[in-house]
Design a protein around this ligand. Structure first.
Ligand code: GLN
Length: 501
């Protein structure tokens, strides 16, 4: 076979799929290339599990299908999944000691759907424990090539966090360890690490992607989505990840599968971009402000118009989310009791002691904090004061968006108030971490689609993303908006300094 002109790891997902389809490169050769690249970059801490035999067997099967003319749309394309998706062929831990070494008897729907299209799984990607975090420092499982649990590193500066909770999913794409990956977003976990690592990521409308086999954090918020270098690659992957799964996820939307690439190429002439004033208040760094402003100016050149809008309850999204998400988490995580699966304390006196020891040993500090908050706000006497109140404000936040969408077609603003911070900088202060979620939480609480598009860098060379938020089911429009921006700019093609070519 003739080698493609560019290094395999520099190819986009679409280009690589094309090379595979034309048989310019084999799936086996591709898998081998990315496995050895993974090994060379294990210092980043991106992988929690890899198994060469499994990956190479999948690649050989893909080659057989390519040879027989029965190839899927992603035949031979190598990907890896956030370790929150359960997989039969690799351990699934959610970054927790509680699930160390756990093997699921089935694949998550998202994983199965990508495999049906011929995607080859390179392994499982590091994340904050049970997807709780904004920095990928809360990980309790030892990454491949490491000997103790360590924070995942940002390839743009190895002393900085990559964002979280899908930190490694962003790192892997930025460092060219794979053309694309999967992540999940409960309160920003696709958009924020995408912004911090200079990659593109989209969280679809709540209900688009099945939650079946996604280890649950906060069920009314959790959504899966793709991360890749370009919007076009995200559109392709998202099309294969989504679709109804009514028998297995009761919140799955009963809508036919969609081709999210269909609007790529539409003109942005006359598109009204709503810019919420609350997204530019105190606390937003100058670099973020300037970069977002320049991105909006670029959109004006492409024919869009800026419209001032207001999302008056933006600040309340933090207390509301940090009541609702822990409440749901405390309920979801009650299944980890040392009986059904996962960790169980070695010695205990009686049942209560077994629960106590198992859960104290199995869960990390942030998870225990959330279980306590969640249990508290759901308990008798506090339910009305906190949980019910938060639900009411959640509805108002959604209504605010609908009000804003009367004047605009999409909303744009920063993803986060700052660039990626240094490892350890906020780890002693959970509240400082929570505050950094302020601009991603509103779309999550409303169940709206949101994405992060590479829009520039600060003076130290750290990436900054632009957030785009659409009304329900407007993913195609968001993806085309990002695509048009990427046709006019090259931020998404830049390579991190911290990685070997
Ligand atoms: N940073 C938020 C949290 O810690 C969001 C996490 C997520 O989206 N999974 O809960």
């Amino acid at each position: 076979m003739t080698r493609p002109d560019t290094d395999l790891h520099d190819l986009s997902l679409v280009a690589l799929a094309d090379q595979l389809r034309q048989r310019k490169v084999s799936a086996l050769e591709t898998a081998q290339h990315f496995l050895s690249r993974a090994k060379a970059h294990d210092a980043l801490g991106a992988y929690l599990a890899r198994d060469e035999d499994v990956t190479l067997a999948q690649a050989r099967a893909a080659d057989a299908r390519l040879a027989s003319g029965h190839a899927g749309a992603l035949e031979g394309v190598p990907l890896a999944h956030k370790d929150i998706f359960v997989t039969r062929d690799f351990a699934s831990t959610a970054g927790s000691r509680m699930l160390k070494g756990y093997r699921s008897p089935f694949d998550a729907t998202v994983v199965a759907r990508l495999a049906e299209q011929g995607a080859v799984t390179l392994g499982k990607l590091n994340c904050d424990e049970f997807a709780m975090g904004s920095s990928n420092e809360n990980t309790a499982v030892v990454a491949v090539g490491h000997d103790k649990p360590e924070p995942v590193r940002n390839p743009w500066n190895l002393d900085h966090i990559p964002g979280g909770s899908s930190g490694a999913s962003a790192v892997a794409v930025a460092a060219r360890l794979m053309p694309a990956s999967t992540g999940t977003d409960t309160g920003g976990s696709i958009r924020q690490p995408a912004s911090f690592c200079g990659v593109t990521g989209i969280k679809p409308t709540y209900g688009r992607a099945s939650r079946y086999g996604m280890i649950a954090f906060a069920s009314s918020l959790d959504q899966a989505g793709p991360m890749a270098r370009s919007a076009e690659d995200c559109a392709v992957l998202l099309s294969h990840m989504c679709g109804p799964d009514l028998d297995r996820d009761s919140t799955s939307l009963d809508l036919p599968r969609e081709d999210f690439t269909r609007a790529l190429g539409d003109s942005l002439k006359g598109l009204r971009i709503g810019v919420p004033k609350e997204f530019f208040g105190a606390g937003v760094s100058d670099a973020v402000r300037t970069t977002v402003d320049a991105a909006l100016a670029q959109y004006e050149k492409l024919g869009a118009v800026r419209v001032p809008v207001s999302l008056p309850r933006t600040e309340l999204s933090i207390p509301v989310y940090y009541i609702i998400a822990p409440a749901e988490a405390s309920s979801n995580l009650s299944r980890f009791d040392g009986v059904k699966f996962g960790h169980r304390a070695a010695q205990y006196k009686d049942l209560a002691d077994m629960y106590r020891k198992t859960r104290s040993e199995g869960f990390g500090a942030e998870v225990q904090r959330r279980i306590m908050i969640g249990t508290y706000v759901l308990s008798h006497g506090y339910y009305d004061a906190y949980y019910l109140q938060a639900q009411k404000i959640r509805r108002m936040l959604s209504d605010d968006f609908q009000q804003a969408f009367k004047d605009c077609d999409v909303i744009a603003g920063p993803v986060a108030p700052s660039v990626a911070w240094r490892i350890g900088e906020k780890s002693a202060d959970p509240l400082a971490n929570y505050l950094a979620d302020i601009f991603t939480l509103p779309a999550s609480l409303a169940g709206l689609p949101g994405m992060s598009v590479p829009a520039g860098f600060d003076a130290a060379g750290m990436p900054i993303g632009l957030q785009l938020i659409g009304n329900y089911l407007q993913e195609s429009r968001l993806l085309n908006m990002a695509h048009q921006f990427q046709l006019a700019t090259d931020f998404h093609t830049r390579k991190p300094q911290g990685i070997r070519a």
